[in-house]
Design a protein around this ligand. Structure first.
Ligand code: ADP
Ligand code: MG
Length: 648
């Protein structure tokens, strides 16, 4: 291996017009197996040169050739690979990642290459043995002495088996005894055929080198080879560096280790962020619960397998008079209508019915009293005996009265004969019936609070025939035998231009309103998600600032921008996941608590969390968190490695 430095000039931009030349045209050639010392006054440009050689700083003039190939012109991705596979950095201040164990500090470079975990550990253990740290591998950096830390750093530099080791004052922070140990180690590395370049102030280190280069004001002023130090090179087997990049799984692993370090902070943020998720889930679930309660209540009164159909009311009454707002007869069904409806798929039977809604014409004569009622209907199979409160369904000559009419009777009307008065068109009917039963809940208020009387369609037909009145059905009941068909039939009915029952129309409108209210409430709750996002953003920014040096180290050992980004995005993913799950857990607990109360008070489950809301909540939480983490993550990815490493 030959490393050629060709006319390298490095200028630092101080301001728009001021530049400082730190390297003034450096020409050097290095070969494998050399141990080279670079000495020089502080500020002479040694670190600058190391950063340029190591590919940490690619902003210079001139070129660096590795075996004839330009490093300066490498694409970003290839420069990352150059740092990862060709260069091993050792710093004066060790630059170990504080929250990782020795073993993980060493394997990080391999993790970035997606080397298999078992291979990583095998190789790391071998190198730890070489540097004499086998006993220390599960310690964290702050549990080690300075010399041990530097040996970890050397092991880390060696792990990807680079051709070149760059050590910038590696013994600068160590006492002389530990310095000697490090020197021995470094000499051993050079002896194995690597090019080792050390920046040093130590006479002793320099005297053990094969070559000593002196640099002053960015220029080489002396370059001395010492033949007697030349070593026999022992060739070593090349290791296989993974070609791939940091896997998402490993990124999560790294993020987890870091987050454990700041566990309390991260948990607090996740819990804070979960409040928004909880509120959104609860709002949606209350809407869901109320909607289901209404539907259930509805189905209690009528048979859900029977679909009521009307035609939109005509603007004028059948007799040509302007529409009478006191009494409404819906538009009658003709033969074609009936045929069309019975042809709908899933309809087993069509029942004809008649109903008249009036505030004036429908009268019950109870004793001397005339009691008006609103709804006169023929009975059909949408009312089953389950809906009967007392007595039974009416047969020929019988009527059934709704529960809210019975206060007009002195005793139970069941079995009594009473007179019923009503109008069909312009014809008045007065007939006697026996009361067969009471429909609906007596205490019920709410949905079904029209006063109603029911009797049989056949009775109505017979009565009409006696008076020469033709009667046409104005309500049709479609009966199906499969609950699953109901929705499709209802849709088809509407598509054909008919309407459903009055209650259903109201229910539909009410549910639409309920949906709007639910979404508005959920949106208000979602405002707290913005707060969560900002909170996560701030915490991630703080994390980036705290870990600037670590990012520099990761870049020095070959992390790509993408890898850095991935590590931080993985962190925000984890925060989002934890906050989403926590938010869901709280929502579920709240559901039990609230339902416990509403159940004991009203017999109703108010909150109904569906699995869709649960998944939605967690996904939204993860999404928001990742979104909030993106900006800090790209800030981290864009950090300049040289500057990050200089950061205290
Ligand atoms: P040393 O030989 O002590 O390692 P350096 O290579 O760090 O010296 O620095 C060489 C010269 O370049 C010094 O005068 C230093 O002030 C200057 N320098 C280093 N980094 C920067 C920078 N980022 N911006 C401006 N000047 C710099
Ligand atoms: Mg320096």
């Amino acid at each position: 291996m030959i490393l050629d430095i060709k006319k390298v000039v490095k200028e630092y931009k101080l301001s728009r017009h001021n530049k400082f030349k730190a390297l003034n045209g450096i020409d050097l050639t290095f070969e494998s197996g050399q141990l080279v010392s670079i000495i020089g006054e502080s500020g002479s440009g040694k670190s600058t040169l190391m950063n340029v050689i190591g590919g940490l700083d690619n902003d210079y003039q001139g070129d660096i050739l590795l075996d004839g190939n330009s490093v300066h012109n490498l694409k970003e991705k290839d420069l990352d690979n150059y740092r990862k596979n060709k260069i091993g950095f050792v710093f004066q201040s060790f630059n170990l990642i504080p929250h990782l164990q020795v073993l993980d500090n060493i394997t990080v470079a391999m993790t970035l290459s997606n080397v298999k975990k078992s291979d990583r550990i095998k190789r790391a253990k071998k190198i730890l043995k070489d540097v004499g740290l086998t006993d220390q591998m599960y310690k964290k950096p702050n549990q080690l002495s300075g010399g041990q830390k530097q040996r970890v750093a050397i092991a880390r530099a060696l792990i990807n088996d680079p051709d070149i080791i760059l050590a910038d004052e590696p013994t600068g922070s160590l006492d002389s005894e530990t310095s000697d140990q490090i020197l021995v180690l470094i000499k051993k590395i050079a002896a194995k055929g690597k090019l080792v370049i050390i920046v040093t102030h130590s006479e002793k280190v320099a005297s053990h080198s094969d070559r000593v280069i002196t640099i002053a004001d960015g220029l080489i002023i002396k370059d001395v080879m010492k033949e007697e130090n030349k070593k026999i090179i022992i060739g070593e087997e090349k290791v296989d560096n993974g070609k791939q990049n940091l896997s998402f799984f490993d990124a999560i692993g790294m993020a987890l280790k870091n987050m454990k370090e700041k566990l309390a902070r991260n948990l607090l943020v996740a819990i804070g962020a979960s409040i928004g998720i909880t509120s959104v889930i609860i709002m949606l679930s209350i809407g869901n619960g109320v909607g289901k309660y209404i539907t259930d209540t509805m189905n209690e009164f009528v048979n859900p397998m029977v679909i009521e159909v009307h035609q939109l009311a005509v603007e004028e009454n059948t007799n040509g008079q302007p529409r009478d707002i006191m009494a409404t007869e819906a538009k009658p069904f003709e033969k074609e209508n009936i045929e069309e409806l019975s042809a709908i798929k899933g309809v087993e039977k069509v029942e004809l019915a008649y109903s008249k809604f009036s505030f004036r014409d429908n009268i019950l004569k109870i004793g001397e009293e005339e009691v008006p009622f609103q709804n006169l209907s023929t009975i059909s199979s949408n009312i089953t005996s389950e809906n009967i409160n007392e007595g039974k369904l009416p047969v020929a000559g019988e009527i059934m009265v709704s529960a809210n009419l019975i206060e007009n009777f002195e005793s139970s009307p069941v079995g009594q004969t009473i007179e019923l008065e009503f109008m069909i068109g312009a014809t008045k009917f007065v007939e006697s019936f026996i009361v067969s039963g009471i429909y609906g809940e007596i205490s019920e208020s709410g949905m079904n609070n029209f006063t109603s009387v029911f009797f049989n369609y056949a009775d109505l037909e017979n009565l009409a025939k006696d008076k020469d009145v033709t009667i046409k059905p104005n309500t049709v009941y479609l009966v199906t035998d499969d609950q699953d068909n109901v929705e499709a039939i209802k849709e088809k009915v509407l598509a054909l231009g008919y309407t459903g029952s009055m209650e259903e129309l109201l229910l539909g409108m009410f549910k639409e309103m309920l949906d709007v209210i639910t979404y508005i409430l959920a949106a208000i709750a979602a405002i707290s998600l913005v707060v969560s996002a900002i909170m996560i953003l701030v915490v991630m920014y703080i994390s980036v600032v705290e870990r600037t040096r670590e990012i520099g180290v990761l870049k020095a050992i070959g992390a790509r921008r993408k890898d850095i980004k991935r590590i931080f995005v993985a962190e925000s993913f984890l925060i989002g996941l934890v906050s989403g799950l926590f938010g869901l857990l709280v929502a579920v607990l709240l559901m039990y608590a609230i339902n416990g109360i509403t159940n004991s008070m009203y017999g109703v489950d108010l909150v109904l969390i569906s699995s869709m809301f649960a998944v939605f909540g967690v996904l939204v939480s993860i999404g928001i968190s990742i979104l909030a983490g993106l900006a800090p993550a790209s800030k981290a990815a864009k950090l300049d490695p040289v500057e990050s490493l200089r950061r205290e």
